[in-house]
Ligand binder design. Structure first.
Ligand code: SF4
Length: 486
């Protein structure tokens, strides 16, 4: 081993780094014999403190001029703060600040998560793949399809089994996909027996090469409920085609209440309750998330005892993207005609009521392991303190949802965090920022490293390695009391 190489002890890889070089995760380097964290340490500044623009997460256009800013308007995130490994060492930054006359402390660390994942909500009606099917990135299994939710398909990616339990390539591809998704980059995923989808936080999904535009307004039955009045009198029958629940106006309770007459329509599929049909077709990427391109394929012949020639029928999908208008001829065959203007408006109304389709990336990790030992000598006390809402957990200053039950299992929307908040180490594991903020007196009670507490001003002097970012206005300010503390 060359004498001039230094050892990085920020993760279990324990790289030896030569002068001017970086370690295998590119987070640490050897600069003139010193081990340095290469990315700037991100500080959040409250937008209102300097009359800044309210544009979320504005990177400051000018360098910090060196003037002291008020403690309560500055928050030290864990982004770029570094890690301490093994975790029995105090976290890299344990920073005190005074907020509204109260001494607070924020403990920050870039946690190394071998147990972590991403929950993906993809707003689309299109069928991406069957539940439990494997999701792949770079050809490797990185997760699976989970439940479909109302107008969205959920995927679960990562987790310890993919990160550490499979082949080296599987772990690396999983870590890569999680890292890119968490840092707001686009990732192409392929689902076994299903679609290829390009996913990016806060952007519309691209399913099999087609960019999704809208979420459905509701299931077929809900759509009937929402728009029945607007159709009444303008058309005799409406079928809202949907993979889950297809609605039929004349049979539906909404149609009955309006006095819509029977039309003799017969739907293929399993009738659930009046006007609501399950499984009218197979799942797919066409009309209402089914595999049909011809809506008439879900209809049986009209009942000749009830149906009349000239009967007007609108068929529409739950996003309003697909629609067709028919009139019955003398033999009760539906003949396609141009959509009359009043119905065009109602189809437009469905589209108008659809939210833009987006992908949501939630990072999920558990701070139940040794990371807590970087905060206190008695880690379970930190867990209790989080449970009692005495300690607020944030990820890069963004709010997190703390799961009930044991441990500190959190979820955070990555789009509420500053850009490039995540890193990785080649164990493989994701590096995610995590901050714990609490009253200094409570920190002492839970066995905190009081001799490592240093004031905010002590790190403000060292601004060369800092990046200051204006806090996102719709995030709660991490130093403000939560409801439970008040
Ligand atoms: S992978 Fe990164 S954090 Fe881990 S030892 Fe190497 S340089 Fe340090």
């Amino acid at each position: 081993m060359a004498d001039d190489a230094i050892r990085c002890d920020a993760c279990p890889v324990l790289c030896y780094i030569k002068p001017g070089r970086t370690g295998s995760c590119d987070r640490y380097g050897n600069r003139d014999g010193q081990l340095v964290r290469l990315d700037p340490h991100v500080m959040l500044e409250q937008a209102r403190s300097r009359g800044e623009s309210l544009v979320p997460f504005l990177e400051k256009s000018r360098e910090w001029d060196g003037t002291l800013v008020r403690d309560e308007d500055t928050f030290v995130t864990a982004i770029g703060a570094g890690t301490t490994y093994p975790d029995y060492k105090p976290a890299p930054f344990i920073i005190s600040s005074e907020v509204a006359g109260i001494d607070m402390v924020t403990i920050v660390t870039e946690g190394i998560f071998s147990y972590c994942g991403v929950k993906l909500k993809i707003d689309t009606d299109r069928h991406l793949g069957a539940e439990c099917n494997t999701v792949r990135a770079q050809g490797e299994a990185v997760g699976h399809v989970t439940t479909g939710e109302y107008g969205s398909q959920m995927l679960s990616l990562g987790g310890v089994r993919h990160l550490t339990g499979g082949s080296r390539q599987e772990g690396t591809a999983t870590c890569d996909a999680l890292l890119n998704l968490c840092n707001g980059k686009a990732v192409e995923l392929e689902i076994d027996g299903g679609a290829k989808v390009v996913v990016q936080a806060d952007k519309p999904p691209i399913v099999d090469g087609m960019q999704e535009e809208r979420m459905r307004v509701g299931c077929g039955s809900a759509t009937i409920g929402m728009f029945a009045k607007q159709w009444f009198g303008k058309v005799d029958e409406v079928v809202v085609v949907d993979d889950h629940i297809t609605g039929v106006l004349s049979e539906h309770q909404a149609g009955k209440l309006l006095g819509v007459a029977e039309t003799g329509i017969k739907l293929l599929g399993r009738r659930s309750t009046p006007g609501r049909y399950f499984r009218v077709a197979e799942p797919g990427t066409s009309w209402g998330g089914t595999n049909i391109s011809d809506p008439l394929s879900i209809l049986a012949p009209f009942d000749p005892k009830v149906a009349k020639p000239g009967l007007r029928l609108l068929m529409v999908s739950t996003t309003g993207e697909q629609f067709a208008y028919f009139e019955l001829d003398e033999t009760l065959q539906p003949i396609e005609k141009d959509l009359p203007t009043p119905l065009r408006e109602s189809v437009q109304r469905i589209r108008e009521n659809c939210e833009p389709a987006l992908c949501t990336v939630l990072f999920m990790g558990g701070a139940g392991g040794s990371l807590r030992a970087g905060v206190t000598e008695n880690p379970v006390k930190l867990t209790h303190s989080v449970r009692e809402a005495l300690t607020r957990v944030t990820c890069g200053g963004a709010p997190v949802y703390v799961w009930p039950g044991g441990g500190i299992t959190i979820m955070a929307d990555v789009s509420r965090m500053p850009a490039n908040a995540f890193g990785y180490v080649p164990t493989p594991a994701l590096v995610a920022p995590i901050e714990f903020t609490l009253k200094l007196s409570n920190y002492k009670t839970l066995g905190g490293y009081m001799d490592h507490v240093r004031p905010l001003r002590s790190i403000q002097r060292d601004n060369e390695a800092q990046r200051r970012v204006t806090s996102r206005v719709d995030n709660p300010w991490p130093l403000r009391k939560t409801g439970a503390e008040e």
